[in-house]
Design a protein around this ligand. Structure first.
Ligand SMILES: C[S@@+](CC[C@H](N)C(=O)[O-])C[C@H]1O[C@@H](n2cnc3c(N)ncnc32)[C@H](O)[C@@H]1O
Length: 313
């Protein structure tokens, strides 16, 4: 049988192999990131107050001597991927390499205001990402959603039944929501004239609380699955309501719907459909921000005080 690449130049074939292997081993990028969070390396470097030498790091981590070189390899891979900067420690005689934080690893330092470590822990948890091995099954079985391929039920049902994963997921969403603090102050216009807002699928209210702090006169309702909000207490301008958004959503002047989806061709129209179904044509979408490094990121704030012109989005 003739080879399908008979007429290709060897250099072309090797380039293709390199591309293939790069993609095949791309999971090592995620796994090394997960490892660094599990080992608390960003937090250790942060607490160290200056770049940490390799020998110092392995000593703090109590790495068995047989694995010291492997740690160095992982640190170099992470540095190559932008998570650490390798600096040479000139003070030491042998100019041993040392690792410094970058902006990306600063976001993984635990106990700080903006920490996305819970997001890494959740997304790279084997239980949650096992579904991504099942694209084929998912595509062929019409009524099967992706998470059901490995969890046996949809994600929300699984979270309802498993408090430990519910916590992992909600902490991850809360950590992601804190990032919104950076943007909200510049988006005050979107909230002008509102007396109330409902954050649909608002999780444990992290975004809601930030909104209430910045806009103390705005009443915010955090609406999510009953299991998510059941033990949460609001305050004078924040209330939690449990329910199913596909059935009904508490009334408010505006709707906030902040969702992360995998890049799906139809995500935008699915969301628009959902919003339109819930609020008939009484809504205007003011602020849609799309495209976030391979993810589709949607941030809607629906404010009836604005023009009814979707093209202004
Ligand atoms: C991807 S998370 C987003 C959480 C939060 N808005 C954020 O951006 O961090 C989606 C949220 O929708 C909630 N959710 C899913 N199905 C729901 C339903 N049928 N009714 C109400 N909330 C739901 C989940 O519990 C979860 O908190």
């Amino acid at each position: 049988m003739a080879s399908s690449i008979n007429n290709r130049k060897p250099s072309e074939i090797f380039k293709a192999q390199a591309l293939l292997y790069k993609n095949m081993y791309a999971f090592l990028d995620s796994m090394s990131l997960k490892w660094s969070v599990e080992m608390n390396i960003p937090t250790i470097i942060y607490n160290h107050g200056k770049p940490i030498t390799h020998s110092n790091l392995v000593s703090i981590l109590q790495i068995p001597s047989t694995k010291v070189d492997n740690v160095q390899r992982l640190m170099r891979l992470l540095a190559h991927n932008g998570f650490f900067e390798i600096v040479t420690n000139q003070e030491l005689e042998n100019e041993e390499e040392a690792y410094a934080l970058t902006v990306a690893s600063e976001l993984l330092v635990k106990g700080t205001e903006l920490c996305l470590a819970p997001m890494v822990e959740c997304v790279l948890d084997p239980k949650f990402n096992a579904s991504f091995h099942n694209f084929k099954k998912w595509i062929y079985e019409e009524d099967l959603n992706l998470f059901a391929t490995s969890l046996g039920c949809d994600l929300w049902e699984f979270l309802n039944k498993n408090p430990q994963y519910n916590r992992l997921f909600n902490d991850a969403m809360a950590s992601d929501s804190k990032m919104i603090n950076l943007a909200l102050k510049d988006c005050k216009l979107v909230f002008e004239g509102l007396e109330s807002i409902v954050d649909v699928g608002g999780g444990n209210g992290t975004t809601g609380k930030i909104i209430c702090e910045i806009f103390p006169n705005l009443k915010c309702i955090v609406f999510d699955r009953p299991k998510v909000v059941e033990n949460l207490c609001g305050n004078k301008n924040l209330t939690y309501v449990g329910g199913d958004m596909f059935i009904s959503v508490p009334k408010a002047d505006a709707v906030l719907l902040k969702v992360c989806f995998f890049k799906l061709k139809y995500s935008t129209s699915v969301i628009l459909f959902l919003v339109q179904r819930l609020f008939k044509d009484e809504i205007i979408i003011n602020n849609v921000d799309i495209n976030f490094e391979g993810f589709l990121f949607l941030f809607f704030c629906v404010n009836p005080a604005f023009d009814r012109d979707v093209n202004k989005v």
